[in-house]
Write a protein that binds this ligand. Sequence first.
Ligand code: SAH
Ligand code: SF4
Ligand code: F3S
Length: 465
Amino acid sequence: MSIQACDVKTSSEAQQVRKYVKMYSRMGGKAYVHSFGCQLNVSDGEKMKGILASLGFTFTESYENADLILLNTCAVRESAEDTVYGTLGNIKKYKKQNPGVILILAGCMASEPKTLDKVRSHYPFVDILFGTSALSQLPKLLLEHYEGKKLAYDMTEYSEEFGADDQIRESTFKASVPIMFGCNNFCTYCIVPYVRGRERSRSAEVIIREVEDLVAKGYKEIMLLGQNVNSYGNDLEGGMSFAQLLRRLNEIPGEFWIRFMSSHPKDATPELLDAILECDKVGKHLHLPVQCGSDTVLKRMNRHYTAEKYLEIVDYLRARSEGFSLSSDIMVGFPDETEAEFEDTLKLVERVKYDNIYTFIYSKRSGTAAAEMEDATPDAQKRVRMERLLTLQRQVATENYRRFIGQTVRVLVEGESKQGEGWLFGKSSAYTIVEFQGDQSLIGTFADVKITDARNWAVSGVLVK
Ligand code: SAH
Ligand code: SF4
Ligand code: F3S
């Protein structure tokens, strides 16, 4: 299925909705949009804001003075869903006092069929529900709501894409650009392929034009997004590979950085690794989620690589670029993980020397293959394992970050640091958090910082220029 651009603003539904917004909004047409979950979801949320703005809404940071509340949800772990249901519980009171407020549930949870049932039975005050591939239907659903429909919903997988031109971006110097949607990998623990559908790559031409435009507007960091960017283009006839796309984007003139996530180790080819190493604008960092270090668990997870294969990728990079920066997602407590299997993960973490790891305790997702697997490991034991992993990573990272001391690194300055007054933070090409003292006017620009100190999650230094 190829993706077509669509312009929702000019539709007849949009015109009618604009009238209703003026007529019925007590707060003058204020919308509160909150995205949970990953960067892809945040990017979708920015597009939803673009649609709402075109319908006459402006935005507020608090749902308590909004005419429209949109929760863009995440379903990846039970805790993510609990957070959303908790938020819905809080909103219930506000909605009771202000029945005219429109409450919308979107995103990954809204793409699970069980959510529709749950909303009907437990959260009848939700007005609109739409799935991750039905973003372009928001004006139509709003119109149905204004015309009296009790619960307007759409979970269809549309192939239309809302144009990025109208996306309302959170940052003025960091922009994310989805290059593909969906996932074909079906890791046995993961709900994403069920809520995001199959892989659909956007055309390289459109992506290149979008990045050129962002760079011309002054954006300094472009984050390419996809559940597995390494399989970009596989579904396009005669399309570019991800490595080719990186090389092409690297040719765009101007000082900016290209980053991307996530990369599946099974598709991390030497062609891709060479592109990362050789392209000067591509950050010298790879987020390469390993999930665990045990071959038996990797098999049960349906990950299609072994620890040895993963380490070959690590060694390839480090042989060509000493101390190349790596980060990972690691899961503890996959069904029936044994002590020995867990220790294989510790061994791998010790061997790879990640700069950073994102850790998760396995969470059962109904509908996935792992949900049917036996799991005799008690939760308390999983928590102990997590503590052991975190303790190890703290040691590894403290030692690891010392490699930057004495180096002068280029940093994209992102904001004020919590260190104290006059302190700023940014990220280096290796995606390391760098703290230093400097003027706020540097935020959103590049600066050179000489590293003098290292901790287990960041480094600090002195501004050179
Ligand atoms: N597509 C990305 C990951 C998306 S989800 C990739 O493959 O790298 C982000 C992370 O959430 C995953 O890497 C995994 O570590 C974690 N995760 C996914 N499903 C989970 C589950 N059921 N329980 C706990 N963690 C999970
Ligand atoms: Fe989930 Fe695996 Fe797809 Fe990542 S690659 S989104 S972990 S199924
Ligand atoms: Fe969550 Fe959906 Fe992203 S499940 S992690 S918001 S793709």
